[in-house]
Design a protein around this ligand. Sequence first.
Ligand SMILES: [Zn+2]
Length: 452
Amino acid sequence: MRLIYNAQLALEDEFVAGYVVTAGDEIKQVAAGMPDGSLMDMCDSRIDAQGAILMPGVIDTHVHFREPGLTHKASIASESRAAVAGGVTSYIDMPNVVPPTVTIEALEDKWDRAAKDSMANYSFYIGATASNTDMLIHDIDYTRVPGVKVFLGSSTGGMLVDDAAVLRRIFGEVPALIAVHSEDETMIRQNLERAKARYGVDIPMAMHPLIRSEEACFECTRRAVELARELNTRLHVLHVTTARELELFYKLAEELEEKRITAEACVGHLWFSDEDYARLGTRIKVNPAIKSDDDRAELRDAVTRVIGCIDVVSTDHAPHTLEEKCQKYLKSPSGMPLAQFSLVAMLQLTYEGWLSKLTVVERMCHAPARLFGIANRGFLRPGYKADMVLVEEVPQGWIIDDDDVRSSCRWTPLKGATMHHRVARTWVNGVEVYPNEPPYPPAEPLRFTRNT
Ligand SMILES: [Zn+2]
C-alpha cells in the first residue's frame, strides 16, 4: 500500500488537509488529518507531500496526438508523456489523423497503439463523414467510444459534414454524444477571399479572428443548438471562443448530469487574446481563432459559474513543428501544444484572481468525468482509480522555457510565462508516471456510462 500524507486534498467541495491510501490501481482511503502510526507501518511506500495539493488527475477531453499518419509532428508516446508531466492522467483524442478515425478498423488500430505506447489513460472519438452515418448509428460500442466528432464548419481531413440531411440524421439518430467544431465555413471562405484580395499572400496574423470571425462562430453554434433542441441531441460544443455564443448556453442551466447541451472552453482561449498576435504571430494560430480581451474575460467568467455555461476546460493540444508554424499566415497550420502546461496555466489564473482552485479541479477533473460518464475516475474517492497529481506552490514563480517541453515539437506558446504552481508527481492507475517512468505504461482505455 502507498500512503500520501500531509497533503491538501482536493475534495468535491473543499480542500482538506489529509492523506490518501492506495493499493494497486485503486484509492482505498481518503481521510482528514494525519495517519496514525499503525497505518504508517502498514504502508510500504510513504510520501510526505509537505502541504502540496493532491488532486485527481486532469482528464483532457480534447487532444490531437497526431497518430497515426502525422508522427513527424507528435505521437501517442511523446504526447502522453508530455501530458502526464502536466498532471493529465486521461485524454480523449480527436479523429483528424491519417487515415482519419472514421471506421471501426481505424479505432481498433488506435486502441492497439495506445495500449502499447500511452502513458495516460486514453480514448478516441470517431469522426462523422458524409457517408458513415449508418455505422455511427448501429455499429459503435459507445461504452468504449466517448462520442462522435462532427466538423460543422471546417474542412479538416475530408470530414466536413455540411449536408443538412446527413446532419439531421446524425443529430437525430446517433445514440451518443455529438461533439462539434462549430464555425460557419461559407462565412469564413468569404472573409478569406476578401483578405486575399486586400493583402495577397501576406495576410497579417491579426486578420485571423476577422476571417474566422465572431459571426462565423455564433451563427454556426446558434444553428447547432437549435437543431439539438429540436432533435433532443446530446450536443457538446467544443472550444467556445466568443461572448456572444455564451448567451446561447446561459439559458441551459440544468445540472451537468441532466444537460443535453454542454460546452467546452480551451486553455489557449482562456490564456491568450488578440493582443498576443503581435508578439506570437502564427504560433497562436488556432481554429476557432483567439478573439478579443472582452471575449476572454467573458469565457473566464463563464468557467466560474456553478451551474456553468462552460462545463469543461480542455486544451485542444495540437502540436505542429515550429518550422510548419512559422510559415506565412495562409500556410501556417492551426493548433498549438498545451497539454503539458494546462493545469499550471489554469492555476496561474487562480493566482491572478480569475477563479478558484476548486473551480479548476471541477472543470478539468470532476466535470469531464461527469459529462462523459467516465467510470471510476476524476475524483479522489475510495474505490476510484488512483489517477492523481501532486502540485506544489512555487511562491517565487518559475518561467516556462522551450527546454521544459516534452512534446516532440519542442516549443510552447507559453515560453516566458511565469507560473506559481508546478506538477511534482503524477500517478496513473496507482503507478508513478512522472517524474519517474515505469518500465511498462500503466494506462487503460476509458469506459463511458453516459452515452445513451
Ligand atoms: Zn481540436
